[in-house]
Write a protein that binds this ligand. Structure first.
Ligand code: SF4
Ligand code: SF4
Length: 463
């Protein structure tokens, strides 16, 4: 009955049969006749014509994937209207204007003047400690040992120690064209500290004697605006290392930086860039007015050079950090969302997205404290402590170097002036690059953890 029912209709063969075939007036009595014809090749099937000279058969190349949909020729992406004009000129005057008007910046500047940098950092540490005491949380190292015991982790390590160093991170200066309100290094156009050639040369010399180091990670401030940036890039590349530029994107559009993006592409520098949202409002709230447009314009420029595109080898990764005192969403779905939003609105592409937890230090600590949210945020970090992050903490395999040559376990410790130390002639002293021959000299040293470290162990980690 079923056969009769479909026999009067068109039948679509599976797609591998390539074509639609119409069987008309099918009668069951013709089945055996058709079978015979198929065997002998005597059929009227439209594609039953493959030659028996099978040695002449060739496979065609697979079809290229369809291009991503974009606007029709001549029509620009909606988000690009007028962008080039809007992003002309330096961001610095706007940043300075905001610093003068913003209440948070004014309070910090006044406190800095009154207490000095050292005393301010001490006070900040006390604020965190008080908040942790209120929660009944022990110090970071003690907490780690307790968690290991709870989860029956059997190892003998009682203090975190440095493994073989794989990454040298150079913070080459605090000068920046932006002054973001979450900045953990308190950079701005007002900071003038910068690395000199002597320190840069010593970093390269140490790397040359450290085969375990595969990457030179250059950060700031806005590193491209610092004096030794290009020298270090070229030196790192000559040593055959991967070089990363922690780029704020807008620096690429500053007057005098017109060839910087080209320079980065020519030297195959990997770019890791902050973009804490795909919406202008959120980015400008966190990083300053006008930053979003300039960031997009810089991303377009980098895409034009091949960054973030398949098969160019030019890596462009973005970094997300939350707007306020909460944990970041899961990385993979957020990356998909970013890809969709940035492509659909601006035609922008990138490789990976990394999520970072805000570290409760410096401007972000002040921001939380002023809003009376510091204790709540620390509670969140402690509540979401994840023992699995410990082996991946950046302080394990990274050596952080300050603009003046002092060395630290990580960039956060650097900003809190918690330096690595060694035994001098008669006392413990801070170490600088000038005390090291190779990074093997710091392997096995104790890592200096403190109460801010809960920011690295919450959720999926942050290093
Ligand atoms: S977060 Fe980065 S871009 Fe923003 S002020 Fe600090 S160093 Fe500059
Ligand atoms: S802040 Fe993070 S990376 Fe730095 S020492 Fe603490 S745990 Fe390690």
């Amino acid at each position: 009955m079923m056969i009769t029912a479909i026999s009067r209709q068109n039948i679509l063969l599976p797609s591998r049969c390539i074509t639609n075939v119409t069987f008309k007036n099918w009668k069951s009595s013709r089945a055996s006749e058709s079978e015979t014809n198929v065997r002998t090749g005597n059929t009227d099937l439209p594609d039953y014509n493959t030659t028996v000279d099978i040695h002449t058969h060739k496979l065609s190349r697979p079809a290229a994937p369809p291009p991503r949909p974009g606007p029709p020729p001549g029509v620009r992406w909606e988000g690009l209207q007028d962008l080039r004009r809007r992003t002309k000129g330096s961001l610095i005057p706007e940043t300075l204007k905001q610093m003068e008007q913003d209440e948070d910046f004014k309070l910090t500047a006044e406190k800095l003047k009154r207490l000095g940098q050292k005393q301010m950092t001490r006070e900040e540490r006390k604020q965190r400690q008080r908040a942790l005491n209120m929660l009944g949380a022990p110090d970071f190292n003690q907490f780690w040992l307790e968690q290991k015991k709870k989860e029956n982790v059997e190892d003998k390590e009682t203090v975190l120690k440095k493994n073989s160093i794989e990454i040298v991170q150079a913070n080459i200066g605090l000068y920046c064209n932006q002054a973001c309100n979450h900045c953990h290094v308190e950079s701005s156009p007002k900071r003038k500290e910068m690395m000199n050639r002597e320190v840069a040369d010593k970093i390269l010399a140490i790397m040359a004697k450290s085969p375990s180091v595969h990457t030179l990670d250059i950060t700031g401030g806005a590193p491209e605006l610092c004096e030794e940036f290009r020298y270090l890039v070229k030196g790192g590349k000559q040593l055959g290392k991967t070089v990363i530029d922690r780029c704020n994107l807008t620096s690429l559009l500053e007057p005098g930086q017109e060839d910087t993006a080209q320079f980065l592409a020519e030297h195959q520098v990997d770019i890791v860039a902050s973009l804490p949202c795909y919406s202008a409002k959120n980015v400008n709230t966190q990083r300053g007015s006008g930053v979003f447009d300039k960031s997009i314009q810089a991303l377009i420029l980098l895409n034009e050079l091949g960054y973030g595109k398949p098969d160019t080898g030019l890596k462009l990764d973005l970094v997300y950090n939350p707007l306020g005192g909460f944990l970041p969403p899961p990385q993979q779905p957020l990356k998909e969302k970013y890809k969709e939003e940035l492509w659909d609105t601006f035609g922008v592409e990138f490789n990976e997205l990394f999520t970072m937890t805000n570290m409760p230090i410096k401007r972000f600590n002040d921001f939380l404290h002023r809003r009376n949210e510091l204790q709540g945020y620390l509670e969140l970090l402690v509540r979401n402590y994840n023992l699995k992050t410990i082996d991946k903490l950046m302080c394990r395999n990274l050596l952080s170097v300050n603009w003046d040559g002092r060395v630290f376990d990580c960039d956060f410790n650097q900003q809190l002036a918690i330096g690595m130390t060694g035994q001098g002639q008669d006392k413990v002293t801070e170490i600088s690059v000038f005390d090291l021959e190779s990074t093997d000299d710091v392997k096995g040293m104790d890592i200096k953890t403190d109460n801010h470290c809960f920011g690295c162990t919450a959720g999926m980690g942050s290093s």
